[in-house]
Design a protein around this ligand. Sequence first.
Ligand code: NAP
Length: 542
Amino acid sequence: MKPQLKTDAQPDHDVIIIGAGVSGIYQLYRLLEMGVNVTVLEAGGGPGGTWYWNRYPGARFDSESYTYGYSFSKELLEEWNWSEHFSGQPETLRYLNHVIEKFDLRDHMQFDAQVKSAAFDEGACSWTLTLANGRTLSTRFLLTAIGMLSAPTMPTIPGVENFKGEAFHTYYWPQEPMDFTGKKVGVIGTGATAVQLIGEIADKVGELTVFQRRPNWCAPLHNGPIDRAEMDEIRANYDEIFARCKVTPGGFIHGPDRRKFSDVDEDERLAFWEELYNSRGFGVWLGNFRDVLVEEIPNEEFTKYIADKIRARVNDAETAEKLIPKDHGFGTRRVPMETHYFEAYNQDNVHLIDINETPIECITRDGIKTTDREYEFDIIIYATGFDAITGAFDRIEFTGVDGQKLADKWVDGPITYLGLQTSGFPNLITIAGPQGGSVATNFPRGIEEAVEWNTELLKYLRKHNYNRIEPKVDAEDEWTEHVKHTYSYSLLGNSKSWFTGYNSNVEGHDKIRYMIYNGGAVRYRQRLADVVEQGYQGFDLR
Ligand code: NAP
């Protein structure tokens, strides 16, 4: 039975956006431009999302700064100067605040406003949100801009609460500067976050002990300052830079080389790999021969090349072997970009503990106890990652039509149409959500496209007097099957990481979940355009 809309029931807002990070900021800008009644609810004490929270030393872009910034305003591009090729967290947070001031967005944002639940009222065709402080708000359309890596997870190790020193997850890094001088520091985890952190603090602490479960393939970032002349040159080339990002699968300036691994002889191949290894950014991962991330043999060969680089950089042969992954090939998990990471292990004050050999038994009052011994620390840092992509959704209780919970619908993995909406939850739009095109890309490039698509959709609904939108179940099933199929496009689909939905610290997340559209930004953009051309094909509009 089709529900009847009560036309006299008016919610407080046309649109509520949850989250004031990169997506929420731009979506707000576009909606204000449209003249809708909109507010942003942000759990943090200020805007910035990822860049508000992750204040750990070494936190910085792995996208070139000038490909990460917003592209929508020529004036903004003209006036902002990036100081480094890969900007650090403080500069990025300053940039986002600058955008907010420039476009007068702050008055439309509410901070310390953590959304606990959101329930769809079919009769009123609106969402009612309840905040942690008990306040309620209602809205016709609810847009989530809650991030992909915003639900940090602690390890399930007994005794975490017993430690008497300072301890925190990298996501919740203290806002005040920390003095590490002479301190004994333990780090659990060796993902992208830990790799940045370890490279940065190794020579600032007394002793640093790293507890590693699985090593990652890392590659040098080759960051460097941008002086005025270079910034002017970048500015003059912004059109070309963004045009380049539009044609690569990942939305980066790096795209696959047209050649296959076997198209060149060994000398030429090694010379090319040397060039990639010594160049800035993700070229080594995304600008490689086009079959290196797709075919086993080219991947194995490049993996051997990178393993030798690690052996050459780490003095102690046993430590080098521990740092070389044995369970996956190079680039089949997102590659942590590093600065002095491997060299850190050449310092006498840095120790690597392989917890496969000596597992952690518990956290004690004084430190960490493995099967071998107890390590005493002043500070324990949990660089243990996130309940990625769906975790932020699970932390809000979304209730849709007929009382259905989103967490129940997605218990075995997300089910969406285009990564933007899900059936049974009308008027809920997931900007950069699971199974969308942004997650596997240079995030802001994908985000801008998602925001622009959503904005056009809301204009269309307004123009045609529609109050309610929901994807059709068959369209959603087809998309979810297609997303699953995209996992066979490259070797990334076989890896155990947050890309494939694994997290050993969350119950039930020990199996593959199809979280990301892996078909590339170009195909995703085309699909979105086709849907519009067919009159928002796959959606039920009322
Ligand atoms: P992550 O890649 O998931 O790494 C988490 C680390 O913690 C892994 O080494 C993991 O080991 C370890 N771990 C988790 N639970 C553990 C346990 N119970 N005991 C021992 N070790 C445990 O998380 P992340 O490093 O925060 O990075 C996540 C993503 O954030 C990155 O892939 C990237 O997309 C993004 N990021 C980007 C940048 C940037 O440069 N812009 C920087 C940081 C992060 P296993 O591998 O064995 O699970």
